[in-house]
Design a binder for this molecule. Structure first.
Ligand code: DP6
Length: 338
């Protein structure tokens, strides 16, 4: 028999950032983080497992799956050992043999030029797909998340939604009543990252601002958690801003320093400041990942209003629109004669 599964896993956008690790070998974070699970910005992964002698892993980046056009997620040779380690980790966890032919087909449903990191959605999709192929698709989400985390930390927040908190080894959804949200991503530039996120996690420790970072993240997390429950936009917005600036300031003050910002990133941030986004005068949670693009978390009902504003102020920039989602899912699992 051979087994084929198809899964999709969304990306997530953190408002309290995972930056700095307490254990790099299994990606344990220096501080707890909190993110919004996205929906359409996702990775789709199919795995076909058939009997064969030994262990064979074949990886193909595909540009289409189930009628959806994708950007092929090619496996770079340098990432191959990491992927093979992840296969081994997941199979060993479930006591399944590292045997047979594994054909992985995968791609990202991110529009071209998005410059959105795919390690969160990519590892979440891969973890769920491996588990599903061996019949473990009913595994508790928390267990899958903990396995996925060991491949890439932020992927553990893509198994549930819409709001997920990651503390040490556990990632789970949390209470919220802020209303349905949209993430507007203002695309500034897609360039090869000067500093990869694994390197960033290490380098931030050299910043003088590292001292007190864990405590600052902790108190902001508490503030955002209560603003989510109480529906307090003012506190939500100002805390998102402070946290994003704190993380980027760590980059800007590391030794050696680095920055993901482009001149236009600063222009967009200056405009957001001019309308009071940093003080929570408008219902926008501003955040940036390890990249130049600016994310605006807004109420879904305000989408048209903010898209008009962005068109007026930044007509040359594409804006990607995604909404909150529920986390990774198995789309199908089929057993066929080999
Ligand atoms: C800036 O999850 O990519 O996006 O665990 O080394 O794979 P590894 O790092 P990764 O770090 C992403 C950090 C961030 C902030 C966040 O998502 O919390």
């Amino acid at each position: 028999m051979k087994t084929i599964v198809r899964v999709r896993a969304p990306s997530n956008i953190a408002v309290i950032k995972y930056m700095g690790k307490s254990d790099t070998s299994v990606n344990l974070p220096a501080n707890s983080s909190l993110s919004l699970t996205l929906d359409a910005l996702c990775t789709m992964t199919e795995i076909e497992h058939s009997p064969a002698s030994g262990f064979q892993l074949e990886w193909t980046g595909v540009s289409e799956m189930g009628g959806r056009s994708l950007r092929p997620l090619a496996l770079q040779e340098k990432d191959r050992p990491k992927m093979e380690r992840h296969f081994r980790r997941v199979l060993e966890h479930f006591g399944a043999p590292l045997a047979g032919r594994w054909q992985v087909r995968t791609g990202n449903a991110f529009p071209a030029g998005a410059g959105i990191a795919s390690s969160a959605s990519g590892f979440a999709a891969l973890t769920l797909a491996i588990a599903a192929v061996i019949g473990k698709q009913q595994t508790p989400r928390s267990e899958l998340a903990a396995l996925s985390r060991q491949g890439s930390g932020s992927s553990c927040r893509s198994f549930e939604g819409p709001w997920v908190q990651w503390d040490h080894e556990n990632a789970a959804s949390v209470e919220w009543s802020l209303g349905p949200l949209t993430d507007l991503v203002i695309l500034i530039e897609e360039s090869e990252k000067a500093v990869g996120s694994s390197e960033a996690h290490q380098r931030v420790r050299t910043s003088p601002n590292w001292s007190g970072r864990v405590e600052r993240a902790k108190s902001r997390l508490a503030r955002i958690r209560s603003s989510l429950v109480e529906g307090d936009w003012k506190s939500f917005s100002s805390t998102c801003w402070d946290e994003a600036m704190d993380m980027h300031e760590l980059f800007h003050t590391s030794e050696p320093s680095f920055s993901y910002w482009k001149p236009q990133t600063r222009e967009v941030l200056a405009w957001l400041e001019s309308i009071g986004a940093h003080r929570g005068d408008v219902k926008i949670g501003v955040t940036l990942d390890a990249g130049p693009n600016v994310h605006l978390l807004i109420p879904q009902r305000d989408e048209a209003f903010w898209l008009d504003k962005l068109e007026e102020h930044f007509p040359a920039n594409a804006v990607m629109v995604d909404r909150q989602g529920a986390g990774a899912e198995v789309l199908f699992r089929r057993e066929l004669p080999a």
